[in-house]
Design a protein around this ligand. Structure first.
Ligand SMILES: *[C@@H]1O[C@H](CO)[C@@H](O)[C@H](O)[C@H]1NC(C)=O
Ligand SMILES: *[C@@H]1O[C@H](CO)[C@@H](O)[C@H](O)[C@H]1NC(C)=O
Ligand SMILES: *[C@@H]1O[C@H](CO)[C@@H](O)[C@H](O)[C@H]1NC(C)=O
Ligand SMILES: *[C@@H]1O[C@H](CO)[C@@H](O)[C@H](O)[C@H]1NC(C)=O
Ligand SMILES: *[C@@H]1O[C@H](CO)[C@@H](O)[C@H](O)[C@H]1NC(C)=O
Ligand SMILES: *[C@@H]1O[C@H](CO)[C@@H](O)[C@H](O)[C@H]1NC(C)=O
Length: 473
């Protein structure tokens, strides 16, 4: 059998080969032409390819399988293609060789036959689109309009429609940075954590293909990408060719906001592991808050500049210093987006304080058992708890929510105490997410009641196992 496959392929010979390929199909249903002819001018000896692909396939199966439910797995085994609609996002897996045309983001998967009765497994016609997905881990939002659709098609075996320009020996993971990039919460929530979940089992032997390639984003997370993959992130529009892979995953696995549900992943992946991964990736040496030394503990205050601003920040800082903290105030997104430097700063802090907002995502860099204090503006209890509060605990951190009173909100200057905006935020969000967003997320600032907030910060001190005041200054 191996001897028969030692054929050199070239563009001019393709047509002549078709009859031969067809004969092989009759003999073996595992054969497929993509392994057979790589590229227009490449000449590959079948035994070499066969061996490599064989090894890869065996090795890849567990990684592919981890992304699918048991039902989808049966589909994958018979047809070489399956999608998981069960998770929060949509993940499709092709476990057999694919050709990705990066110009159109069409992915050709081979048609496979049942060797006994020689009918196609695929119910769809060859060349027909079998699945379209927008590979972004938050499928609910209208922001998906900025995410390029990726199409899966069955390629007719007798007349392959594409040649391979590049023959990759490792599979691809295709995902998009066309969503909320630029916002640290969404970057971690929808791309970085899902990418960690999706790619970890491939142990770096994976090619990332980033549609809607955002150079700023790739640069910002460059350490994460190089930790998870040995290869540079491929930008489809900068490399419009047909790239062939022994398999592909499109879309990323998503569990919950800033969270990994360890009961859903093999090898017990969890947020603790994700944080350890970040520590190694960014070279963070302090991994437990009790290792941060005897000096005054550092409190990092995230100072938002546009909305949800602290109107009496100086007083807050003064109070925190009185309690013995060295207070570091970070005002600029630019400072925070230099992850190399900023992650190191965060890892040395004992307490992270901020109003509900993306800056709190930096909790992923805190050492174990550090304290997160979230100031919860009016109307934002739910996202505060779900996006940051609960995830903080799952990450092995201590969490304190400081829910402001109406008097601490700038909204009290524009609305009466009994106005539904103040008394019943739920009724405002009930009119539509964007109605609520404009009032509570975009138009609200905070003047914290220093006396009341002081007890929260003192509680943080207690959680750190210290007594108040920490030191006399
Ligand atoms: C198979 O490939 C190896 C290289 O991996 C080569 O040395 C060998 O000659 C090939 N064997 C046959 C039978 O072609
Ligand atoms: C292939 O077709 C035969 C005959 O219809 C059937 O018995 C067998 O289960 C099929 N194989 C697979 C893997 O579905
Ligand atoms: C051939 O096998 C496929 C896959 O198991 C099955 O769906 C189909 O009904 C079979 N066709 C015949 C004619 O047995
Ligand atoms: C396109 O991708 C291939 C395979 O990764 C690489 O070898 C080639 O240099 C790339 N071309 C450009 C123009 O980036
Ligand atoms: C984690 O996944 C399991 C199994 O799918 C599920 O029962 C459980 O509710 C999930 N936990 C959370 C916190 O989502
Ligand atoms: C952190 O250090 C404290 C004190 O040494 C220890 O009790 C705790 O178990 C450590 N936590 C973790 C997650 O290692």
């Amino acid at each position: 059998m191996e001897g028969h496959r030692r054929v050199v392929c070239g563009a001019t010979q393709i047509i002549g080969l078709l009859a031969f390929i067809y004969l092989l199909y009759i003999q073996s249903f595992s054969f497929d032409p993509i392994n057979f002819c790589f590229g227009k001018r490449n000449s590959l000896k079948r035994n070499e390819t066969k061996e490599e692909v064989g090894v890869l396939e065996e090795y890849l199966q567990p990684s592919f399988k981890s992304l699918l439910s048991d039902d989808d797995l049966r589909t994958l085994e018979t047809s070489g293609f399956a999608c998981n609609f069960a998770v929060g996002s949509l993940v499709c897996v092709a476990s057999k060789p694919v050709k990705i045309d990066t110009e159109t983001m069409e992915i050709y998967i081979p048609t496979r036959f049942n060797s006994t009765n020689r009918t196609r497994f695929s119910v769809k016609k060859e060349g027909e689109v079998i699945q379209v997905i927008r590979p972004y881990a938050w499928q609910q939002f209208d922001l998906l309009k900025n995410v390029t659709p990726v199409k899966f098609l069955r390629e007719p075996p007798q007349s392959p429609v594409r040649h391979c320009d590049y023959d990759h020996k490792i599979p691809a993971i295709v995902f998009s940075s066309g969503g909320f990039t630029g916002n640290l919460f969404h970057e971690f929530n929808e791309i970085i954590i899902p990418l960690f979940l999706t790619s970890r089992l491939f142990e770096s032997k994976i090619q990332f293909v980033l549609v809607d390639y955002n150079p700023y984003f790739v640069e910002k997370f460059n350490r994460v990408f190089s930790s998870l993959s040995r290869f540079d992130v491929l930008n489809p529009i900068a490399n419009t060719s047909v790239h062939c892979f022994p398999g592909a995953v499109v879309g990323l696995e998503f569990h919950s906001f800033l969270a990994i549900n360890s009961s859903e992943t093999p090898k017990g992946n969890s947020m603790i592991e994700f944080k350890n991964f970040l520590s190694v990736t960014y070279g963070l040496t302090i991994t437990n808050v009790s290792d941060s030394g005897s000096k005054p503990p550092v409190l990092l205050l995230i100072s938002r500049r546009k909305t949800r601003r602290f109107l009496n920040e100086d007083e807050m800082v003064e109070m925190m210093e009185e309690l013995g903290f060295e207070v570091v105030v970070v005002k600029s997104d630019k400072t925070m987006s230099d992850l190399d430097r900023f992650s190191k700063l965060v890892s040395t802090c004992s307490v992270l304080v901020g109003a509900h907002g993306a800056g709190l995502t930096n909790q992923v860099f805190l050492a174990a058992e550090a304290v997160v204090v979230q100031v919860v503006p009016l109307g934002l209890e739910w996202p505060s708890a779900v996006y940051f509060g609960e995830p903080a605990v799952w990450m092995g951190l201590r969490y304190l929510g400081y829910k402001i009173e109406p008097e601490e909100s700038s909204l009290i200057e524009s609305y009466a105490r009994d106005d539904p905006v103040i008394s019943d935020p739920g009724s405002v969000f009930a009119k539509g997410y964007y109605v609520g967003k404009e009032v509570y997320l975009d138009k609200q600032n905070i003047r914290v009641d220093i006396g009341r907030f002081k007890s929260t910060i003192s509680e943080a001190v207690r959680l750190l196992g210290r007594t108040t005041p920490l030191s006399t200054r």
